[in-house]
Design a protein around this ligand. Structure first.
Ligand code: SF4
Length: 407
């Protein structure tokens, strides 16, 4: 869990955050102002970050048998669109160039106020926010995924070509036992439609192995769907009983050794697919949002890192004579190496590398100058977002890290 996710004033959210962190196998972040008195008025204070997370709904109307969320968070509650857009605008004014819309089931957004198309309208409205360069969302539910959302993704320039959509199982019997109301054919059909409209979309997923009663045949069905889906990466989980969930009381809980063996087969398959999909990126020009750098590896290789539009992690070197980007700047590079979990770009000349300085990079400069007492460098003039010209505000850069078993 991210270190700044829970403080004393929102400790009540801890069980749900822990649960979601375990469920998604990644750090979780909730902004108290958005959730504690939800639906909320606008938060009055935020750190300035290049990436922000905005909750559009809380709770869930589904009843997946492995999940504790419905009993912890109750029925879905949707924020009003105007309130969400105002919060996004406030984040952008505060320096953010990337926003991720958060909900347990984002594409059922609007159910509470009776607008079936509310989520696609929200995505399109994000496209009108000047200075907002990257919009992402997580997570949609396959059962509620409608064509208007795919159209909005394809037709809204700042909605990124990336989709994280939980599969959970490729077996229709297991999906039924999980009380997931779509079937594998529907899931694969959505992927086809997304790829038809957004050919280079990177699609990622969550999969649970060893749900009670899962047979070898059921597991094979999951492997088949994974093979067909060509996920860029997957969060894979071994089922474990969660007290208070219906699945915890199901018969036919599987022995740990069986679950482990299936898990290893699944991750081996997904690792191969991820490597193959990444290999297809070789030679492609990609724009990266440069992330804050840290770690021994970065020091050893002298490479910097960034995220592509489709959210792939790319380590890149700056060719001799070219300007070094700051966190929050954008660079465009050509992919020269591919591995299962990352890509590399080592441009040979400055012609293979271009830098677009951003107002977030300007804020980074100012924060660095503030921290060492040096005068702040002048702004690049690439944007007019609301970061104060005094440079006196602390600037916090970087998304919460998302560790997990991805492959
Ligand atoms: S859709 Fe299912 S897994 Fe997701 S939050 Fe709702 S009940 Fe839980």
């Amino acid at each position: 869990m991210g270190g700044r996710s829970v403080r004393d004033h929102n400790v009540g959210a801890l069980p749900a955050l822990l649960d979601r962190a375990r469920h998604n196998n990644e750090a979780q972040l909730e902004i108290l102002e958005s959730l504690d008195v939800f639906p909320s008025t606008l938060p009055t204070k935020r750190d300035s970050v290049y990436s922000g997370w905005v909750s559009i709904s809380v709770g869930c109307n589904n009843t997946c048998t492995f999940c504790i969320v419905p009993s912890l968070r109750g029925k879905e509650k949707d924020r009003r669109p105007g309130e969400i857009l105002a919060e996004i605008q406030a984040l952008v004014d505060d320096g953010a160039v990337e926003v991720t819309l958060l909900g347990q089931n984002v594409n059922s957004y609007g159910v509470e106020f009776g607008d079936r198309l509310a989520f696609s309208k929200l995505l399109r409205a994000c496209g009108d926010i000047e200075g907002l360069e990257r919009v992402r969302f997580t997570s949609p539910h396959p059962a509620a995924f409608t064509d208007d959302v795919i159209d909005a993704m394809a037709e809204t320039a700042n909605v990124m070509p990336q989709l994280h959509m939980p599969l959970q199982s490729g077996s229709d019997k297991v999906l039924k036992d999980m009380r997931r109301s779509y079937r594998s054919t529907k899931f694969l059909g959505i992927l086809d439609k997304v790829r038809d409209k957004i050919p280079h979309a990177a699609i990622t997923t969550d999969i649970i192995v060893g749900f009670p009663g899962e047979t070898e045949e059921d597991f094979q069905a999951t492997l088949d769907v994974v093979e067909k889906s060509r996920f860029a990466s997957a969060f894979t989980f071994q089922y474990s009983k969660r007290p208070g969930t219906p699945a915890a009381d199901l018969p036919d809980q599987l022995p740990k050794a069986v679950v482990q063996e299936r898990y290893e087969r699944l991750t081996a398959l997904q690792d191969r697919i991820a490597a193959e999909e990444n290999a297809k990126q070789l030679g492609r020009r990609v724009e990266l949002l440069v992330t804050a750098q840290s770690g021994r590896k970065a020091e050893e290789t002298h490479r910097l890192s960034g995220r592509s539009q489709d959210q792939r992690l790319v380590h890149f070197s700056v060719p001799e004579g070219a300007e070094t980007p700051r966190p929050g700047d954008f660079v465009t590079v050509t992919i020269t190496e591919a591995a299962a979990f990352h890509l590399v770009s080592d441009p040979e000349t400055t012609a293979d590398y271009s830098l677009r300085r951003s107002r977030v990079g300007d804020a980074w400069d100012r924060s660095q100058a503030d921290s060492c007492g040096a005068p702040a460098p002048s702004a690049s003039g690439t944007g007019s977002g609301g970061i104060g010209s005094s440079g006196s505000r602390a600037v916090s850069l970087g998304m919460p890290s998302l560790p997990g078993r991805r492959g």
